[in-house]
Design a protein around this ligand. Structure first.
Ligand code: GDP
Length: 322
């Protein structure tokens, strides 16, 4: 699947499949509302429950429904259309690119080489897998990738990244456990420049003793990058496990504060019924979701597209009419 350059039939199908659980357990109920003839107070209450239940967040749910109500839908098909529009609008408002990845947006100018992507997130969110998948996608675009094993807190994280590098044939710069992550990032950028690589993907530690440590470490990595290439990282990608629900939001907040996150990769969407979390991320943090993890395999990563996401979430009303 093409990760860069927007939606495709393939990415629509992958998103649709990954959203199956969310759609079935929560939005499946909404589909029923869309096929009933009248819009009653009960309809609004059910919609509220469904949105909050899917972890869209209370504020977000109420705000969306207020907007839809104000437009006074008369029939349930109008209700579906308006709800889809308002939900999409939330995602679109946050999707203005701040960082830069190649091909995102498709008409973006070529970034300076090497493109530097800092990948942050708590342990277990799928960070290493994310780097492997991104590396793979860049390789498919003909880009040469260097990864930096910056999670020096855990020996296993270094091994795991090296294993991905061996398997997919991209270079990994690593030092021993306990090494200074900023030094690893520095080495990786240096090596990428010397060897003419296009992209540097930098892994970072996901768990430090406290937020201050995390903040200090991430800002040190950032400072080293800034000194070295005269600009900050081109993208700071927060990897967030979709199934952590509201807890994921406080994680997002901690990282947004300490790492100047520019976008989100939402992993494990396939394993959760809480896909509504994207609305809370967009509305509460104004962060665009760039990618969604759609499964366990190497290629199971899809570009995120607001319209595709919302249409998949709300299901096809025609399919429930029978
Ligand atoms: P890290 O600690 O953040 O580096 O997390 P890992 O990359 O090691 O991933 C933790 C687990 O989540 C692994 O078993 C991955 O296979 C799994 N995983 C990552 N992304 C996805 C996804 O999108 N869907 C599913 N189902 N599993 C995923």
């Amino acid at each position: 699947m093409r990760l860069f350059g927007g939606r495709s039939k393939e990415s629509e199908a992958a998103t649709d499949q990954a959203l199956e659980r969310t759609r079935r357990s929560f939005f499946g109920r909404v589909a029923g509302l869309f096929t009933s003839s009248d819009i009653t107070e009960e309809t609004w209450e059910s919609l509220e429950e469904v949105l909050i239940g899917a972890d869209a967040g209370v504020q977000t749910a109420l705000e969306v429904l207020d907007r839809v109500r104000a437009r006074r839908p008369r029939r349930s098909d109008e209700l579906r259309t308006m709800l889809a529009e308002e939900l999409t609008a939330i995602l679109q408002a946050a999707s203005a690119p701040r960082g830069r990845l190649w091909g995102l947006p498709a008409d973006a100018p070529e970034p300076e080489r090497p493109l530097i992507v800092l990948v942050v997130g708590v342990n277990g969110s799928g960070k290493t897998t994310a780097i492997g998948r991104l590396a793979h996608a860049y390789q498919q675009e003909g880009r040469r990738v260097m990864a930096a094993a910056g999670d020096t807190f855990r020996a296993a994280a270094i091994d795991q990244l090296q294993e991905w590098g061996r398997r997919l044939d991209f270079d990994v710069v690593a030092q021993g456990p306990g090494a200074d992550p900023a030094a690893v990032a520095y080495d990786a950028i240096e090596a990428a420049r010397a060897r003419g690589h296009d992209v540097v993907l930098i892994d970072t530690a996901g768990r430090l003793q406290n937020k201050q440590n995390l903040m200090d470490e991430l800002s040190k990595v950032r400072r080293v990058i800034e000194r070295h290439v005269d600009r900050g990282p081109d993208e700071v990608l927060l990897v967030l496990d979709a199934s952590t629900g509201q807890n994921g939001l406080s994680q997002a907040q901690a990282f947004a504060e300490s790492a100047q996150v520019t976008s989100v990769m939402l992993t494990k969407l396939d394993g959760t019924a809480k896909g509504g979390i994207v609305f809370a991320i967009a509305r509460e943090f104004g962060l665009p979701v760039r990618f969604v993890g759609t499964g366990q395999r190497e290629g199971d990563l899809a570009p995120f597209d607001p319209d595709t996401f919302v249409q998949s979430l709300l299901g096809d009303p025609a399919a429930t009419e029978a």
